[in-house]
Design a protein around this ligand. Structure first.
Ligand SMILES: [Zn+2]
Length: 225
C-alpha cells in the first residue's frame, strides 16, 4: 500500500480497478492506494480523484472485504473501471491524524517508563475531533503523575526524536512502531519525528474505574478541553 511505502506521499496517479454500489453510494477500489482506510484508532483519509473532465470527492477511506475502498460522492457515469485518475490526499487532515495518533504512542511509552513496566493496552485508543484519547483501568495507572508525563512529552517533542515503523519480524504481515526505547505493534500511520507532534496538553477524565487521558494539540487550542 502506498500509505505504508510513504506515509508522506500526497499525490499519485493510478487506475480504478473496482466500483461497488451500496445503498446509493459508490465505493471505489484503486490499483495503488494512497488513502489510509479507517481503523486502528485513526480516521479514514479524505481527498479527491480527478481525471480529464471530471472529479469526485473521497469522503472516507474504509476497510473493504479485499482491501481499502473509498466512499465517494461519485455520480459521473464517465467514472468506470479502468479509468486513470489523479489522487490527491487531504494532507492537513492526514497529518493531524498522524500527529495525534503518534502522541498516544508517546503517552503510552512514558506511562510505561513511569510504572517501570508496560501498562495494559488501552481499552480505547482513538483520534477524535480535536483530540486523541487512551483509556486505561484506573488501578493500572494510579501511581502515574500525569502532570510529569505531560512535561516529559513536551520535553521530548521539543527536542525531537525519530520514530520508525517497520514490519514486525515476530508477526509477518504486522508492523511495529519504535521510539524512545519502546515498541508498539501498530498498523497505523505515524509522524517520522516526534517533534512534528508539536506542544501538547493532557486532560484526565475518571469514570467507572477507568481513566481516559485526552491529548490536545496546543497549536489547535481553542477547542474546548
Ligand atoms: Zn500507531
Amino acid at each position: 500500500m502506498l500509505y505504508y511505502d510513504d506515509s508522506y506521499a500526497t499525490e499519485c496517479r493510478t487506475v480504478v480497478t473496482g466500483i461497488l454500489d451500496e445503498a446509493g453510494r459508490k465505493y471505489l477500489v484503486l490499483r495503488d492506494n494512497l488513502f489510509y482506510p479507517q481503523g486502528g484508532g485513526e480516521k479514514g483519509d479524505r481527498g479527491t480523484l480527478e481525471w480529464e473532465g471530471g472529479t469526485v470527492r473521497v469522503l472516507k477511506a474504509l476497510r473493504g472485504p479485499d482491501g481499502p475502498v473509498l466512499a465517494t460522492d461519485a455520480e459521473d457515469p464517465a467514472l468506470l473501471v479502468g479509468k486513470t485518475v489523479h489522487c490527491s490526499l487531504d494532507w492537513a487532515f492526514r497529518l493531524h491524524q498522524m500527529r495525534l495518533h503518534s502522541a498516544l504512542h508517546l503517552l503510552h511509552s512514558l506511562i510505561g517508563d513511569a510504572l517501570g513496566r508496560e501498562p495494559a493496552n488501552p481499552s480505547l485508543s482513538e483520534v477524535e475531533e480535536g483530540f486523541a484519547v487512551n483509556r486505561y483501568p484506573a488501578s493500572d495507572v494510579d501511581p502515574v503523575d500525569f502532570s510529569e508525563i505531560e512535561r516529559r512529552m513536551n520535553e521530548i517533542i521539543a527536542k525531537g526524536e525519530p520514530a520508525s515503523v517497520t514490519p514486525d519480524p515476530k508477526n509477518p504481515g504486522f508492523r511495529v512502531w519504535r521510539a524512545i526505547g519502546h515498541e508498539i505493534p501498530c498498523g497505523g500511520l505515524h509522524v517520522r519525528d516526534l517533534s512534528e507532534i508539536g506542544p501538547v496538553s493532557l486532560v484526565l477524565h475518571r469514570k467507572k474505574g477507568n481513566v481516559s487521558v485526552k491529548v490536545f494539540l496546543e497549536s489547535e487550542s481553542g477547542s474546548e478541553h
